[in-house]
Structure formats: structure tokens, C-alpha cells
Design a protein around this ligand. Sequence first.
Ligand SMILES: [Zn+2]
Length: 249
Amino acid sequence: MTLSDDQLDRYARHIILKEIGGEGQRRLLSAHVAVIGAGGIGSPTIQYLVAAGVGRLTLFDDDRVSLSNLQRQTLFGTADVGRLKVEAASEAAARLNPDPILLGLDQRIDAGNAESLLEGIDAIVDGSDNFATRLAVSDAATSLHIPLVSAAVGQFEGQLAVYRGWEADKPCYRCLVGTDPDRPDISCADQGVLGALTGVMGSLAAMEVVRVLTGFGEDSAGKLLLLDALAFRMRTIRLPKDPGCLCAA
Ligand SMILES: [Zn+2]
């Protein structure tokens, strides 16, 4: 793939970084990334991945934009209220960058369809709002050997991790959360969430996708980044692989 003059200009600040360079930018342009959920996390993730020139993005979300979304879901404007998120997101992406192709699917991923929907993807970002979806996406990512960037927020706390659970020494999302089917979903509607915090975690998720695709810096898989906005603190802890987990079988 040869970069056009416009692309050399548009992506100049990436290309000049020796850790990314022209080769890394070409990898971004030829990558296919799936984003699960166009919410508070998905909004900035999509914005930064589109801006970075990720060649193809597939967005999964079956929801419509509501007024209470706009406090944090920066991809949408007031005029989008009531529209399908995948439609409004596609328009917003096209305004940002004509290069990437954003394919929006207004369907929910579940354990029955996750593997077929995610096959052939280079990296997955999960910013979804429920536990069942997260488990289905994680199991498919592990089985298909697709790196999974998982971001979550609740009130003033954020979590971020990159999973490659098919590797002998790397955990999967199940290793972190267990398999309790009755685990309650923590919803922003019930508990509230700081809008800017979802932006931070979604931006970090986009950054980890760029790391996955270009290989800059240290490997982030096997660690969990925790952000405590109340305490003005971020820390990273090691995530061990659970020997009793499905991914260790
Ligand atoms: Zn596991």
C-alpha cells in the first residue's frame, strides 16, 4: 500500500513517530477493528480510530441516541436524538475522515453469533454496557485469537485491559470477572457516571488498539489499568491467568 500525498499529510504526526512510522500507518490503514457499543466509551474510541485512519471499522450497537446520552457520548449531537446510533456514528465518522469505512450493524452480539460476526477482525474494543455481551465477546476473541481491548466505567472509576487469553501466560476477561451468570450489570442509568471519565477510558482504548496494531512500546496484555477519578490516581496491576478458567483448558 502506497500512501497518497493527502494521507502523508493527514497522518504526518503518526508517521514521524519512529515507533509508528510509515509502516505502522500502513498497518492502521489496512486494519479491521470492531467496536462493541457506541456509548460513552465507544464515542471517543471511534473518533480516534477514524482519525488515525484505521481502514475498516465495524460498529455493533442496536440502540438509538437519547438526550441523556449526550452528557458523555461526544460522537452525537442534539439533532441525532432518536436516530440509530450506528447511522449517526457513520455520518460523524465520514465527516472526520474519508479514508476509513465504518460499517454499522444495529444488532446485539451474543454468545450465539459472536464468533461468526467477529471472524477476520484484527482487534476488538469492548465498551458495551452489559456483562453477557462482554463474556460473549471475550469468549469469541479468545477462540478466534483476536486481541481484545476492554474498557469499563462506573461512577468515578475506570478500568482498561488488553486480553490475549489464548496465550499460555495471558488472562482473558473471564479470568478477571469469573463466570457468575447472575452478576448484576452496573448501569450508568442507575449509578451515574462522570462524562469526561468515559472519554478518558474510550481514548485509552483507542490508544491500546493502535498499540495492538502497530506494536509500539511495551506489551499491555496481562495488566489491568485502574483509574480512580475521586482520588486523582491511576495504577496498573498484574492480572494472573486463572488456571480454572475456560481459556486455560
Ligand atoms: Zn480466562
